[in-house]
Design a protein around this ligand. Sequence first.
Ligand code: IPE
Ligand code: IPE
Ligand code: MG
Length: 239
Amino acid sequence: MANPAHVAIIMDGNGRWAKARGLPRLAGHRAGVEALRGAVRAAPDLGIAWLTVYAFSSENWSRPKSEVNDLMGLLKIFIRRDLAELHQSGVRVRIIGDRQGLSPDIRALLEEAETLTAANTRLNLVIAFNYGSRDEIARAAKRIAHAVEARLLPPEDVTPELFAEYLDTTGIPDPDLVIRTSGEQRLSNFLLWQAAYAEFVFLPCYWPDFSRADLVEAIRTFAARDRRYGGVTARDVAS
Ligand code: IPE
Ligand code: IPE
Ligand code: MG
C-alpha cells in the first residue's frame, strides 16, 4: 500500500520520560517540543502531506495549574521561535480545537501562524490545541442547529459529508495513520470522527524519544496493512 498522506500523532509520555530521569515534568514537555521539531522535519521526506499533532486536549485543563501554564508557555515559545523557520521550509500551519477557551495573546499567535503560512504547500502541520473530539462535534452540532433554526439549512441536508464541513478539520483529509507513543492504547478524545477508517500504530517509546526511525517503522507497518473500508479486497474478489 502507498505511504500514508495524513499521519496524526498522539504525542504521549513526556511526563514519564522526565520521571524516569528524575527531572520535572516541564523538562519532559521541553524535550517533547524537540521531538516535534524532528517529526516536522522528517515528514515531507517520507511523503507525508498532512501531519496532525495532539498537543493539548480539552481535558488537559484538569492538570495542576503550573503544568497547564507550562504547556501554554511552550506553545507560545514554539510559535514565536519556530514560525519563521516553519514558514521558510514551506510548512502551512493550521490549528484545530476550541480557540474561545484560549487567552487572547495565544489566539493572536495562532492566527498569525496561520495567516503567515497560508500559501505554503510542502507540509500541512495541524496542531490540535485545546482540542477534544466530543467538544468539536458538539460545537459543530450547535452551529448546524442554529443554521436549521434560521431556516438556512434544511434538516434533510445534514449528511456525514455536510457534518464534516462543520468540524474544525473541514478541508483536511481524514488521517490514514494514527500513531500513539508511550504504550497507551486509547484515543483520549482525539479525531473520533475523522479516524473512522484510520490504521493505528501504538509505540512503546515515550514521545521525547520518538525518532525519524520510529516514523519510518510506523509507515512500514501501515504499508503492510490491508484497508478494506467495509468492503472486500481485490484479492478476495478474484478468489
Ligand atoms: C503528553 O505527555 C503531553 C501532553 C498531554 C500535553 P504527558 O504529559 O501526558 O506525559 P505522561 O503521559 O504523563 O507520561
Ligand atoms: C492525550 O494524552 C493528550 C495529548 C497527547 C495532548 P493524555 O496523557 O492527556 O491522555 P490520557 O489522560 O492518558 O488519556
Ligand atoms: Mg499522557
